[in-house]
Ligand binder design. Sequence first.
Ligand code: B12
Ligand code: SF4
Length: 468
Amino acid sequence: MKILLIRPHSLVPAAPPPIGLMYLAGYLRHFRSNLEIDVFDARVKLAPAGEVREYIRRSQPDVVGITAFTMEAEEAHQTAGMVKDLFPEVPVILGGPYPSSDPESAGKDENFDYMVFGEGEVPLLQLLKVFENGENPSTVRGIQFRQNGNLISTGPADVVDNPDEIPFPAWDLLDLDDYFRPSAGKRRLTNPIQMHERGMSVFSSRGCPYRCTYCHNIFGKKTRFRTPENVIDELEWLKREFGIQEIEFIDDVFNLDIERAKKIMDLMIENNFNLKFSFPNGLRADRMDEELVLKMREAGCYRVNYAIESGSPRIQKLMKKNLKLDRAREIIDFTAEQKISVGGFFMLGFPDETVAEMHQTIDFALKSKCHTASFFILTPFPGTEMYNDALEAGIDMEALYSDYGAVSKNLSRDVPASIIKKLRTQAFRKFYFNPVRMWNIYRTTPNKFALMRNLLRTARLSFLGKEY
Ligand code: B12
Ligand code: SF4
């Protein structure tokens, strides 16, 4: 049996290696030695539709799996259409954040035979068995499929309880040079000041117990941690097998178990790995301590993002993030003082948020020692509590898939979208037009060329009033 796994080409600006697909590939081949796995990452190849179609035709797959964010839904539908056009009998399986958060939209397209919600390893393996043995797919949990014209949903997926048992991503199936070469046409990793070309993402835990109303629930609310030893084995393997020099830890909250985080740092130091690393998608600032920051720096960390989102205690409560803002400020400043480049993530436009509260957020950023700040306008994603609340309140949430790169609906009710946009532009200007901050940014950034290129890009976008 041959399975073709595809990541579509879309407006997503960065092309880090497709870790979700490669985890699936690693898991499948561990359990099915007779399986041939072909992976086509149309995003990194910048492949137009014709090229994707030609690839599918040449691959002659028995099964096709497609991954997609919501903002890539259009391309995922198009890809499924191509498969059905070329090979009407080949089952098409859709997975990733899009079907996990919006099964209803995905389910409208008959070109998707199966949709997998959340963690994909177990359901995908079970589906392949079902295909081979001609069994009924209703025994596979965590999927949606069509039977006699009806959509059947089988509830939450079975997950791998001990994530140490999941094989490392099957990076050997890809030409990793595609991701290291600057000519890839997209940014490679997503850290704006990436130090080394040979960078790789590492996912060391699955799931997050917090319930922020704007967030996804792909890996569940019970966090499953890989042991520090298992993470260290992966780092050692990445260095040895692929010459990796830099890591992005992409857990939802890497520091959820602070003692585990410290142990990983200790082992990196003991093993003298000499790897540079960063946290591109945000640590929880109120679960950090000074000792962890110091260990991180010693182990090779040069860039941290803290996901603050709002400087208003009322909004923190409403969005159920409940971040302790005083502690967050202390740890941001401490981290910056250790010469680690610190990025802050902030959002404007929460439901019921007032202009004064947006100013509180901007002031928080301005008064902090953050080297960089990203001010996003809230994007309510299907499937989130915030989105469902808006639907219940009778707000029309229809939107184009492509709008989910940034801002699909303004939920702030009393503050018009134009004002939020203006505040955001002001926030960028005030934050970056500060000579002390500019000097600090310059001083702490190891890769000064990347820094200048990205600052110019951010400044241009903020002046044009465009999204990051
Ligand atoms: C890391 C991360 C980033 C990093 C990427 C860095 C990097 N080097 O990879 C950064 C910070 C850059 C980022 C950016 C964005 N991100 Co992001 N990100 C994540 C995060 C935390 C982890 C993604 C990941 O790699 N997971 C690990 C792999 C193993 O999981 P996976 O790819 O989902 O695959 C698993 C399953 O989904 C499933 N699966 C996936 N594909 C398939 C296919 C088949 C056939 C099957 C059966 C199963 C299957 O099985 C896989 C293995 O279990 C997720 C949240 C999360 N925990 O998932 C958000 C998340 C994916 N991001 C999200 C968004 C919206 C974005 C942005 C668009 C935000 C923005 N407005 O800028 C941008 C994207 C644009 C860009 N700039 O690239 C949303 C997507 C929501 C949605 N419905 O589309 C998520 C879910 C977070 C959220 N808040 O809701 N992100
Ligand atoms: S925003 Fe962060 S802390 Fe909140 S639920 Fe999502 S991953 Fe967890």
